[in-house]
Design a protein around this ligand. Structure first.
Ligand SMILES: Nc1ncnc2c1ncn2[C@@H]1O[C@H](COP(=O)(O)OP(=O)(O)OP(=O)(O)O)[C@@H](O)[C@H]1O
Ligand SMILES: O=c1[nH]c(=O)c2[nH+]cn([C@@H]3O[C@H](COP(=O)(O)O)[C@@H](O)[C@H]3O)c2[nH]1
Ligand SMILES: NC(=O)CC[C@H](N)C(=O)O
Ligand SMILES: [Mg+2]
Length: 547
């Protein structure tokens, strides 16, 4: 998975024939997914695939426009990623428009016979660029001679253009900032238009590229996504077939369950698994709110002993994730068997609330310098799935980001009390108790700390301002003094982040009074904790969860 072929296979019917599809080829920039998001914000479906994917996969997608992302490599470096073989001829033959961003532009220039060299100085951060050509398609005549602020992050620069190209903007330092070969439909930007906070006109440039240059239509709307997904599910699932839905009570599975229920009604059977790794009173909350607020019947399977016994003594984070992925499927298989006995036919499909970031992060594209083909972490519902699984997956949200799922949910009239919930990972507290989850009283201790922290955030009216907040249990004991007694107890960490989609994140800055109050509550109420720390690392370089 994670390859262009997988993306092609997952292409929803709502993507149409590709005539209004934008493909982002990833060369490892930390901003690649931002390009995908900006294009979607303009109402156009965009998909992100590896920049070194085989050409056949791109051909089947038939995109109208292809954006080449930035990347950490120099085009001269050994092993620097390059186009799929035959890419330039394919783009030409298919009439696709190609926009290279930073590394993408440098790769385009070098491949077409121009020259890229290490610049005399590097340009990092905000920079002024000036339009230099009235004929420019990206800027238009009105921008000629005008300056705009843009976000630069490069060491190499274009020193000679390939034949047929024109410089249409330069930085005030004189570096080539934008190029065009309108006849061949090749375009390049040395800066990052997708970083709109620092390139304020970046969105306008992307808009011009998509609509004026490529002639793409903004036809990607959440209502259409919903209608198409419902039709697809209805045609996939036979009229007498029952389907299982893995329901966690989180945003994604709630939206997906509501959507599939709309498609096939009561042939949908939601299963909520108590894996022993849930938060304080989570099971009770899910079971009571689902029937009362959403009118969706749910079966709760208590598999906590099964999960915890398999996790006993396991310290490696990836191993923990794989075990959890496997046990989830074992529970669903078992449920399928029981349902077969009841309804007379074995369910073939399992619905999951898998999102685009789960797929991107579980299976980074090969050649992407950001990850160097490393799996950052196996999300239990993607990379953690067993290879021999029998149930086939229905994952209608697989191409959506979290905020897009929230929009879809509101079209489906899912109440805000579900849609505004902070994300909670399927492996649950197992990725928040570092090391062996069964150590001592760790899980119960963490449940109490987490509940105090999140409740304090709600009481302070901060819940909706924060994207995700939780506590982490450290297998570390430190010395403290409580009630005049020496203690040697565990430390916990509080983590609260802001984010758009969980792919990048910043830490949330609490007032001193808030923190003082929370730390007091934790140390006074939770036995076995005498030290509280706050995680002030963004993503990157950290990830959101600790494991
Ligand atoms: N305890 C659980 N029981 C059944 N299915 C689960 C459970 N936890 C996770 N899943 C399945 O795994 C999928 C991915 O989990 P994930 O946490 O990303 O999504 P979510 O729980 O639906 O939403 P959120 O990210 O808001 O928590 C879920 O959509 C659901 O299908
Ligand atoms: O369902 C899930 N299964 C998983 O295995 C998993 N791992 C991380 N997360 C959630 O994903 C977002 C990004 O987290 P990371 O920066 O830790 O990868 C954050 O919102 C995390 O809580 C998961 N969700
Ligand atoms: N941000 C980028 O794409 C950088 C491209 C290349 N690594 C350079 O430094 O010029
Ligand atoms: Mg969840």
């Amino acid at each position: 998975m994670g390859s262009a072929a997988a993306a092609a296979a997952a292409l929803p019917a709502s993507a149409g024939s590709g005539e209004n599809l934008v493909l982002i080829l990833d060369y490892g920039s930390q901003y690649t997914h931002l390009i995908t998001r900006r294009v979607r914000q303009l109402g156009v479906l965009s998909l992100c695939v590896s920049g070194t994917a085989p050409l056949a996969a791109l051909e089947s997608l038939r995109p109208r426009a292809i954006v080449l992302s930035g990347g950490p490599h120099s085009v001269h470096a050994e092993g620097a990623p390059t186009f799929p073989e035959g890419f330039l001829d394919f783009a030409d033959g298919a009439g696709a428009h190609v926009l290279g961003v930073c590394y993408g532009m440098q790769l385009l220039v070098q491949s077409l016979g121009g020259a890229v060299e290490p610049g005399e100085r590097q340009e990092y951060g905000k920079m002024e660029v000036e339009g230099t050509a009235p004929s420019s398609a990206l800027y238009g005549e009105a921008e000629t001679g005008k300056r705009q602020t843009v976000w630069m992050s490069h060491g190499d620069e274009v020193v000679r253009l390939p034949e047929g190209f024109e410089v249409v903007a330069r930085s005030v330092e004189g570096a080539v900032a934008a190029i065009e070969n309108r006849e061949k439909r090749f375009y390049g930007l040395q800066y990052h238009p997708e970083v709109v906070t620092h390139s304020p006109q970046g969105m306008e440039t992307l808009r011009r590229f998509l609509f004026d240059v490529c002639g793409i239509k903004a036809d990607w709307k959440m209502q259409d996504v919903l209608d198409e997904e419902i039709k697809t599910i209805q045609s996939m699932v036979g009229p007498d077939e029952d389907v299982i839905c893995a329901l966690s009570g989180g945003v994604d599975s709630t939206v997906v369950a509501t959507l599939v229920h709309k498609a096939i009604g009561d042939r949908l059977h939601c299963v909520f698994v108590d894996n022993g790794l849930l938060r304080y009173k989570e099971r009770e909350r899910v079971m009571s709110t689902f029937e009362s607020d959403l009118h969706l019947p749910v079966t709760c399977v208590d598999a906590s002993e099964q999960f915890l016994s398999m996790l006993k003594g396991i310290e490696d984070p990836e191993q923990k994730r794989k075990i959890i992925g496997r046990e989830f499927i074992a529970v669903f298989d078992d449920f399928a068997h029981k349902l077969e006995q009841k309804v007379g036919k074995r369910p073939e499909y399992l619905v999951q609330g898998t999102l685009y970031p789960d797929v991107i992060e579980s299976c980074p594209p090969p050649g992407s310098g950001r990850t160097h083909s490393h799996t950052i972490k196996s999300h239990h519902n993607v990379g953690g799935l067993p290879k021999d699984m029998k149930l086939k997956l229905i994952e209608p949200l697989k191409l959506l980001f979290k905020d897009e799922v929230r929009k879809l949910g509101s079209i489906l009239n899912v109440p805000d009390s579900f849609l505004k919930r902070h994300p909670f990972p399927g492996p649950g507290l197992a990725v928040r108790v570092l090391g062996d989850v069964t150590q001592g009283n760790a899980l119960d201790t963490l449940r109490q700390v987490d509940d105090i922290f999140v409740q304090a955030i709600k009481d302070a009216g901060l819940y909706d301002k924060i994207w995700q907040a939780f506590a982490v249990f450290l297998p570390v004991q430190t010395v403290g003094v409580q009630g005049d007694q020496r203690t040697h107890s565990n430390a916990v960490v509080l983590r609260a982040i802001t984010s758009e989609d969980g792919m990048t994140a910043d830490w949330y800055y609490f007032d001193r009074e808030f923190l003082v109050d929370v730390v007091n509550k934790i140390c006074n109420n939770v036995r076995g904790i005498n030290r509280v720390c706050q995680d002030i690392t963004s993503k990157p370089p950290a990830t959101v969860e600790w494991e």
